[in-house]
Write a protein that binds this ligand. Structure first.
Ligand code: BG6
Length: 453
């Protein structure tokens, strides 16, 4: 059963929806410049206009209100606020987010700010981005500006969205901006700087205000037991979830490397055996700042893989059967993932409150002849995942909120506008918003606080 103050929300990210890429003094981000390079984004799409939320944010809020959302998680474009990443603050940028925040509050929707969802200031990229040992301070200064500007009305801040992705996909060859191909020596250093930036930002924001709650929104490869009644299956799934990946395509694609330092104040032992040699000098001293207490743990969760324990307790992969359900971008549909992610997070990190900061599915939704958008697959997807989430809470997981990815169909990074993730359909040629059937279904879930699931 969901708690009576459970936060039912939806999420977006600045570059994916705002547009207004060159307006009102905004600086360039690495996504602006990456999309300008030819052949990088499907169909040559860009976020120049996207959902045009820079101008249409009131329509977004109206749709949220219609669905009865309690919370809206959006991100701030760092270069819209600080065009060079450091120094001068762009008042027009502050004004845009103030207007959005005020509109949300006027409509009874609580704002949740993500400080960084990947649109890194281009000027700081020229200074080496996260490789530069000054980079944590740049981020902390920006966080302080945000807490000063918005902290009187916004009570929940998230430092980073999916560091695994913006470091892994961005700097270890995953087709995200700036799409560099660094090796572990550089990437492990960057990861350390990102976590130090998180800790310094938490301290900087707390200096500004003592009445805000701060969290972090990682993702990762999760695993769940084939047989949920079998403790040996549960234990191998747990161990696998927190194991440090020792190679392959992206060696930082792991949960513990990015969460243990923040929530436990130490790097995982198995990871240190492989990567300690790449950490910057003095890394041990940074752990105190990195592990500055936070108020909640976000989790971006889409799917996971099933495993079982063999006869001697060894891990075995469970092969997916032919025709296993998948979403429009070929991600498997594994509702159990959300339950075990929640239970495992609390098992390892104590009773910290968890928000699912993202969960949802890509579809190929269209406007039907009746002018509506029928998306039964998304309703089924959400229904299955939310039932599992409810079970996790009944089993003791401390989950306090859930944000659907996404409020709107948007620019899905290198896949351009092909995949539609929204509860609200966006007709990109006109900018018109249409709430999908799933949006109305979610409205009922919210109205009954999940009792109808
Ligand atoms: C998450 C991101 O990884 O997944 C979102 O935080 C993203 O920004 C979502 O849009 C869907 O992924 P993709 O790769 O299909 O855009």
């Amino acid at each position: 059963m969901f708690g009576k103050n459970f936060v039912w929300g939806a999420a977006t990210a600045s570059y994916q929806i705002e547009g207004g890429a060159y307006e009102d003094g905004k600086g360039l981000s690495i996504w602006d410049t990456y999309c300008q390079r030819s052949g990088k984004i499907l169909a040559g799409d860009t976020g120049d206009v996207a959902c045009d939320s820079y101008h249409r944010y009131k329509e977004d809020v109206a749709a949220m209100k219609e669905m009865g959302l309690k919370g809206y998680r959006f991100s701030i474009s760092w270069p819209r606020i600080m065009p060079n990443g450091v120094g001068e603050v762009n008042q027009k940028g502050i004004e845009y987010y103030n207007n959005l925040i005020n509109e949300l509050i006027a409509n009874g929707i609580e704002p949740y700010i993500t400080l960084f969802h990947w649109d890194y200031p281009n000027e700081l990229f020229y200074k080496g981005a996260w490789l530069n040992s000054e980079s944590p301070k740049w981020f902390a200064d920006y966080a302080r500006v945000c807490a000063e500007a918005f902290g009187d009305r916004v009570k929940h801040f998230i430092t980073f969205n999916e560091p695994q992705c913006f470091i892994g996909n961005g700097f270890n060859g995953g087709g995200h901006a700036p799409n560099l191909h660094y090796g572990p020596r550089e990437v492990i250093r960057m990861a350390h700087h990102v976590m130090l930036a998180h800790g310094m930002a938490v301290n900087a924001m707390r200096e500004v205000r003592d009445d805000i709650k701060i969290g972090y929104a990682p993702t990762g490869p999760y695993f769940y037991p084939e047989n949920p009644e079998n403790q040996a299956d549960i234990d191998v799934a747990y161990e696998k979830t927190f194991e440090t990946n020792d190679g392959g395509d992206w060696f930082g694609w792991t949960v513990a490397w990015w969460l243990d330092p923040i929530l436990l104040g130490k790097y995982p032992e198995d990871g240190l055996k492989i990567y300690e040699k790449y950490l910057p000098t003095g890394w041990q001293d940074d752990l105190k700042i990195i592990s500055t207490p936070i108020d909640f743990c976000g989790q971006n969760l889409y799917n996971a893989h099933a495993v079982r324990a063999g006869e001697n307790g060894e891990l075995q992969w469970v092969k997916r059967y032919v025709g296993f359900p998948h979403t429009g971008n070929m991600w498997p549909v594994t509702p159990e993932a959300i339950k075990w992610c929640a239970l495992f997070t609390n098992r390892r990190y104590g009773n910290i409150p968890i928000y699912f900061t993202e969960n949802g599915m890509a579809g190929s939704d269209v406007i039907s002849l009746d002018g509506k958008v029928h998306d039964p697959n998304r309703i089924d997807f959400l229904h299955r995942y939310l039932k599992e989430l409810s079970e996790a809470i009944d089993m003791g997981a401390n989950v306090v909120g859930y944000f659907q990815w996404s409020l709107l169909d948007n620019l899905e990074w290198s896949n351009g506008y092909r995949d539609r993730f929204g509860l609200v359909y966006v007709d990109f040629p006109t900018g018109k918003r249409i709430i999908k059937d799933s949006g109305y279904w979610y409205k009922d879930v919210i109205a009954t606080n999940g009792e109808n699931l």
